[in-house]
Design a protein around this ligand. Structure first.
Ligand code: PNS
Length: 167
């Protein structure tokens, strides 16, 4: 791992859609690292609600005024992408104990695949510990309020999907 040069972190995920829990972690990462790259996994789910391009555009809009937050999409192994991006850190958010088991597996597998990259876990603010993209989509689809749990632009994009009868 390079000890000189900017400290770059990647924050990988599906972001279908971005939640305020993600935003919270990205802001913490932007304070901690020289650069944080929000890395959207392509082809993760067979039927995502938003295309990777739509997700990238939305996240870019939310972080337009943050010069050290980048948004990209990636395919293939996360560690290969991180190395290409010259990142030394993978950031993941931990909400509850239930997240821990899978996150530990991924962190240790990624360590085996790319020993020079360190996984760093961050806890979001308590008010987001129960928020997930899956629940946001479910609550929105059933007509429940999601204001305050996602950025306004995400709620707008969800409404557009509803108008296209996709939610
Ligand atoms: O938002 P998610 O669905 O929790 O993110 C999961 C993600 C994107 C971090 C994970 O699926 C991933 O890293 N996929 C890339 C493929 C890969 O490297 N797999 C091995 C990881 S141990």
């Amino acid at each position: 791992m390079s000890m000189t040069g900017p400290r770059i972190a990647v924050f990988p995920g599906s972001f279908d859609p971005l939640t305020n829990g993600h935003v919270d972690i990205i802001l913490r990462g932007a304070r901690l690292f020289d650069r944080i790259v929000v890395a959207i996994l392509q082809n993760a789910e067979k039927r995502p609600l938003f295309t990777p391009e739509e997700r990238a555009e939305t996240i870019q809009e939310v972080f337009r005024e943050y010069p050290n937050v980048d948004v990209e999409s990636f395919d293939g192994l996360l560690v290969d992408y991180a190395l290409r991006r010259r990142a030394s850190v993978i950031v993941r958010g931990l909400r509850a104990v239930s997240d821990f088991e899978f996150e530990l597996q991924m962190a240790l597998m990624n360590r085996r695949l790319g020993p020079e990259i360190e996984t760093v876990f961050m806890m979001p603010a308590e008010q987001y510990t129960y928020v997930s993209s899956r629940l946001i989509k479910e609550v929105f689809a059933l007509g429940g309020p999601i204001a305050g749990l996602v950025p306004e632009v995400v709620e707008l994009r969800l409404r557009e999907k509803r108008e296209q009868n996709k939610v």
